[in-house]
Design a protein around this ligand. Structure first.
Ligand code: DGL
Length: 267
């Protein structure tokens, strides 16, 4: 692979499109490959072993498409599989981390809320992060079962999504949280709704722009930045039926696009 090769990005489903969006803004000259593993979403309640096997299969598929770097655009897959991918493959592997550090260092009330899946919140990575920055602020964790499923169906503002979100945000607000960390890449699609519930004074942190900058740095450091400055393309695959997930990908990406089926040997 060379500097003109594409970047591979994947998530348990459509959530990683929130990261892909920031990568597109940060690196307009890079071709992007995106795999939505929607057949197996949500990852949040699956075993680490299952998520590792999915991360390996999808990474192999992306490398087969000549990807020069892999972005694990999923916090749950990062906790379960990023270390394994780094040990197994030599391309740069860029992964997510809930933005607990900037939140803990900037909160005014001293209380930070983290919205994420059960898988992420119970992981060793997260426990270490929360312990480290727990000295600076009280870190309240809030698992959000059901939210990923709502976003996977494209329901960003319906009644069920609103009820779930209110149920998850209220305890944080009752405890003086002034900074909310989005620890799952699906949740940035709910920022308008979250903002409606929490009001203008609460800070909402989406780590995607920082991940896109980190990817930029890593590619530059490895001499893998595309010489092109803009006009690149993006290509989409899903492990779920295309007629089901394709329209949701187009809705969240905000453009008409073609989505292909992930070859069955990678599903
Ligand atoms: N987008 C995901 C994350 O960042 C995956 C959530 C899930 O599939 O449960 O954790």
């Amino acid at each position: 692979m060379t500097a003109t090769s594409p970047i591979g990005v994947f998530d348990s489903g459509v959530g990683g499109l929130s990261v892909l969006r920031d990568i597109r803004n940060e690196l307009p000259g890079e071709d992007l490959l995106y795999v939505a593993d929607s057949l197996h979403a949500p990852y949040g309640d699956k075993s680490p072993e299952f998520i590792q096997s999915r991360a390996l299969a999808i990474t192999e598929f992306l490398l087969g498409q000549q990807a020069k770097a892999i972005v694990v655009a999923c916090n749950t897959a990062t906790s379960a599989a990023a270390a394994l991918l780094r040990a197994r493959f030599s391309v740069p592997i860029i992964a997510m981390e809930p933005a607990v550090k900037p939140a803990a260092l900037s909160t005014q009330t001293g209380v930070v809320g983290v919205l994420a899946t059960r898988g992420t919140l119970s992981s060793e990575n997260f426990t270490k992060l929360a312990t480290r920055f727990g000295e600076h602020a009280e870190i309240l964790v809030q698992p959000c079962p059901g939210l990923v499923e709502q976003i996977e169906t494209g329901d960003l503002a319906g009644e069920k999504t609103k009820v779930l979100l209110k149920q998850y945000l209220q305890p944080l607000l009752d405890n003086k949280t002034d900074t909310i960390v989005l620890g799952c890449t699906h949740y940035p699609f709910l920022i308008p709704l979250i903002r409606e519930f929490v009001g203008p004074k609460v800070t909402i942190i989406d780590p995607a722009p920082a991940v896109a900058r980190e990817l930029h740095r890593r590619l530059a450091g490895a001499n893998l930045l595309s010489p092109r400055l803009d006009g690149a393309s993006q290509y989409f695959w899903t492990s779920a039926p295309v007629d089901k997930t394709g329209p949701i990908i187009a809705q969240l990406w905000g453009a008409r696009l073609k989505v292909k089926s992930l070859p069955v040997e990678f599903c």
